[in-house]
Ligand binder design. Structure first.
Ligand SMILES: *Cc1c(COP(=O)(O)O)cnc(C)c1O
Ligand code: SF4
Length: 441
């Protein structure tokens, strides 16, 4: 409570009201890189040709501790690292860049990307809802109560996480018009599916959008006759990468007013906020931003994957969850990093992930134990690793679904043969010589 009182003071203008983004083209203009060698800079450029790179002045000046570089977790989180490509991909890309042939560079980058499993877990083939026989490409409806909605203007972020594999789509003009058209279809779909209680705006990061664009979507939902729609969720990393979105951006006030309107319309607004490291919770800007969001009546739930080189340590997670609860946020998901992009660099195997989770969980009080994990968003559903156990002489993983493609799959414990190396559901074989997992029949 003290905390709330403390932060209800007027927001003081902070040091970086103006957003400055850096992408591959401006990499060498980042002042903090001035002492990097040509070889280091070139290595970053090579990787950034394959894995998209973008960072900004808040991340560079307030989150990264340059005295810790190259080991600084936020540096690794946002700047391309040589080992994120396999040596052969790295070599291939470096050679292509040296030819200075633009077409060749592009083709090489794309060829490597297609080998990095850009659409994991059958995201593209399955889950596409239809209306009047036509697929709705900006939506995904996998779990009964919840649809994911990808507003076309929200498919980029304030900075890019190096573990995230995406090709941001910039759509230049007519933001509002596109928004209205998309949300019309969403509303139609919701009206035909009264079992849906939750719409999740996701991306990219929907909060990259101007308030006016986001409001076009959200106000339309509030104005539509959708009594079964109870929760509007926004999946965002803006609190971590650009908290000024809620403080000093030109339309920050309007954004907070929009959040209030959701609350006043009797719906719950929930942020699925993405934080990877406790450092992201330490600046004055993020703390003020969290406070502003909470004051609109919204709630902030937090989630992150467990990442080698960044947060593969129980103490880091315990510290992060404690800080989140202290700031009024609710720890929600602890994810395994999916089988895409630089998984060889970031991946943590199931056994180690569970150890980290268990090691962190035991350090925090009950109100931080709302977090669930380790969870992998695999194609049959969200699968949680409950632990490692020995049953009649066989070492096994105990697992369960937190969300399933079929809703009655949830909370049915099942067993997989223990495998130290396994990093994903696909790597697992059923225990006790069974031929299939129960969900494979
Ligand atoms: C995680 C996820 C959701 C949301 O699941 P909750 O458990 O309700 O947070 C919805 N759709 C997909 C496809 C997901 O992966
Ligand atoms: S914020 Fe989320 S969507 Fe954006 S780059 Fe990071 S992981 Fe990817």
């Amino acid at each position: 409570m003290n905390y709330l009182i403390h932060f209800s003071e007027a927001v003081t203008p902070t040091s970086h009201p103006k957003y400055q983004a850096y992408t591959l083209k401006q990499l060498r203009k980042i002042p903090q890189l001035k002492d990097f060698t040509e070889e280091q800079l070139f290595a970053m450029e090579v990787v950034a040709h394959v894995l998209p790179f973008r960072t900004n002045n808040y991340v560079i000046e307030e989150l990264i501790n340059w005295d810790n570089v190259p080991d600084d977790p936020i540096f690794i989180l946002t700047f391309p690292q040589k080992d994120m490509l396999t040596p052969s991909h790295f070599k291939q890309m470096a050679e292509a860049i040296r030819t200075q042939d633009k077409t060749h560079i592009k083709m090489t980058a794309n060829a490597i990307r297609t080998q990095l499993n850009p659409h994991p877990a059958g995201q593209m083939e399955h889950n596409l809802p239809q209306i009047e026989g036509k697929p709705l490409s900006g939506m995904q409806h996998k779990y009964e109560q919840t649809v994911l909605f990808f507003p076309s203007q929200g498919q980029t972020c304030h900075a890019y996480c190096s573990f995230c594999f995406r090709w941001p789509q910039f759509v230049g003009m007519n933001e509002l018009k596109i928004a209205m058209k998309e949300v019309d279809l969403l509303i139609k779909y919701l009206q035909k599916n009264p079992q849906i209680t939750d719409v999740i705006f996701t991306g990219g990061d929907p909060l990259i959008m101007k308030t006016a664009s986001l409001a076009a979507y959200i106000d339309a939902l509030l104005d539509a006759d959708l009594p079964h729609l109870q929760n509007i969720r926004i999946g965002t990393k803006a609190l971590a990468y650009w908290p000024y979105r809620f403080l000093t951006d030109n339309d920050a006030k309007e954004l907070l007013q929009l959040f209030k309107r959701v609350n006043q319309a009797g719906k719950h607004l929930a942020f699925m906020a993405h934080f990877n490291h406790p450092i992201e919770l330490e600046t004055k800007a993020v703390q003020q931003a969290i406070q502003q969001v909470l004051r609109t009546g919204a709630q902030i739930r937090t989630q992150s994957p467990v990442l080698s080189h960044i947060n593969d340590d129980a103490d880091i997670w315990a510290k992060m969850w404690k800080k989140q609860v202290n700031l009024g946020c609710i720890p929600y998901y602890f994810f395994l990093v999916r089988d895409t992009g630089a998984q060889h660099y970031f991946g943590v195997n199931l056994a180690k992930a569970w150890e980290i989770f268990q090691g962190a969980y035991q350090q925090v009080g009950g109100i931080a134990r709302t977090v669930r994990g380790p969870s992998m968003s695999a194609s049959p559903g969200k699968v949680q690793v409950l632990g490692v156990q020995e049953v009649q002489g066989e070492k096994v993983f105990v697992l369960q679904f937190l969300q399933g493609r079929q809703s009655d799959w949830v909370l049915r414990p099942f067993f997989a043969h223990y495998d130290e190396q396994a990093a994903w559901l696909d790597d697992l074989k059923p225990a006790f010589n069974a031929q299939h997992f129960f969900f494979e029949y």
